[in-house]
Design a protein around this ligand. Structure first.
Ligand code: URA
Length: 434
């Protein structure tokens, strides 16, 4: 078999066989196929697409390109959760302790942020000393002992995806449905959980901006998960404006903690409730939606979800005192209000632009190796549907550098759009696929 022939075949719109896909992934992982040939293949796939059979073969080949985690030593059903990425998406930080406090085991692998979207690992590192660089033994022990652990993606889990994702990121081939579905699901399948709840984002801050495409992506991933014998459910949720109000690592952690105290923003709380409901049902801890919601409310009310977060942070070396005293989280030196120059109803917030503001302030990575500033970001004081009068604050901005602050403010100005007429929000939960 020759990679050249496979590129020609895909470029001409033909389907690749399972054997051809396995060959390509094995040889690329072993560095026997160069990046330039794989880049050409990714672009051919981008334009020609892949059939369901090809996507499934690609997913399984990437999942098996490294270790398949064995979680059999963890008792009970292990549930994983994954978001396709967005702005202000701090869901895992509040949701995983909520679900674990209800008795479902959470064994989750997470990544760092790249571009305008943040990553759970970076956010969790706002707790001084916290690490996701734990061993598989630590991970298994911790899930058995306290019911939740989040570890970083090791080099041995789906290494083919790791190489391919980095390549796609620099060759403009990220936003293809089959490539995204196989990338996410290969990691999820290799991570070993029994059930997977996916949060597929749609809108201006998501990889999939079009709702129809987001549903198709969700369906594709649900099919891939179920075919591999994992119970897989997808929630399609809005990312046309940032989730909640906080954007930026420590600021998002603070908002997640407020949510665990029952004082979180309405949209973010509702997303945690919806995803949590399906995690409890998949994990066998709730019989139906009503039962699940009741249980999730009760762990917030009695403080056990907050305590679970503290136990989780401590078990991974972090300063759990910050869970109860958020003044201990990283703080920016400059705090300013961004006031509106116009009056009217907020009709649209360009979500990606808000993510880029946080990136400019230092809260995200420009490149894989950039250092990030955990303390910076924004808290939105007005969201879609809110009325604002000129001179009122649209957002509070947190910075450590005056030049970066000025650039972020300039960018922010173009992100908000107003109208004279009252506007309805577009709805947070777009649909659920199982
Ligand atoms: N997240 C992933 O892990 N892979 C993609 O391709 C896109 C988002």
């Amino acid at each position: 078999m020759r990679m050249y022939d496979l590129i020609m075949k895909k470029r001409g719109g033909e389907s690749l066989s399972k054997e051809e896909i396995e060959y390509m992934i094995t040889e690329y992982t072993a560095d026997r196929i160069p990046d330039y040939q794989m880049s050409a293949m990714m672009m051919a796939i981008y334009f020609q697409g892949m059939s369901a059979q090809e996507t499934s073969a690609l997913t399984m080949a990437m999942a098996h390109s490294g270790d398949m985690m064995d979680l059999s030593e963890i008792t009970g059903t292990k549930v994983d959760k994954h978001s396709t990425g967005g702005v202000g998406d701090k869901t895992s930080i509040a949701l995983t302790p909520m679900v674990a406090a209800c008795g479902v085991k959470i064994a989750k692998m997470s990544g760092r942020g790249l571009g305008h979207t943040g990553g759970t690992i970076d956010k969790l590192e706002s707790f001084a000393g916290f690490t996701t660089g734990i061993t598989a033994e630590h991970f298994v022990r911790q899930v058995n002992e306290i019911g939740v652990s989040i570890m970083g993606q090791t080099a041995d889990i789906a290494p083919a995806d790791k190489k391919l994702y980095a390549l796609r990121d620099v060759t403009a081939t990220v936003d293809n449905m089959s490539l995204i579905a196989s990338s996410i699901m290969s990691k999820k399948l290799a991570s070993g959980a029994d059930a997977i709840v996916l949060d597929v984002k749609t809108g201006s801050g998501a990889f999939m901006k079009d709702e129809k495409d987001s549903f198709a992506l969700a369906q594709e991933m649900v099919t891939l998960g179920n075919m591999a014998g994992r119970k897989t459910i997808a929630v399609v949720s809005d990312m046309d404006q940032p989730l909640g109000r906080a954007v930026g690592n420590a600021l998002e952690v603070e908002e997640a903690i407020a949510t665990l105290r029952g004082k979180g923003p309405e949209d973010f709380t509702e997303l945690c409730m919806t995803l949590g409901t399906y995690m409890l049902i998949a994990g066998g801890a709730a019989s139906d939606e009503q039962d699940a919601r009741k249980k999730l409310h009760s762990v917030i009310e009695d403080g056990s979800a907050l305590k679970k977060l503290a136990d989780f942070v401590q078990a991974q070396g972090g300063d759990a005192k910050a869970v109860y005293d958020t003044t201990l989280l990283p703080k920016a030196s400059v705090v300013e209000e961004i006031v509106s120059s116009k009056s009217g109803y907020v009709c649209r917030i360009d979500c990606e632009e808000i993510g880029i503001c946080s990136l400019i302030l230092g809260g995200g990575r420009e490149t894989k190796d950039s250092m990030i500033d955990l303390s910076v970001g924004l808290v939105l004081n007005k969201k879609v549907g809110d009325y604002v009068t000129a001179g009122q604050s649209l957002a509070t901005i947190y910075a450590n550098d005056r030049d970066k602050l000025a650039s972020a403010k300039e960018r922010f100005g173009a992100a908000y759009h107003f109208t004279d007429q009252p506007v309805q929000g577009s709805g947070l939960i777009k649909g659920i696929l199982s």
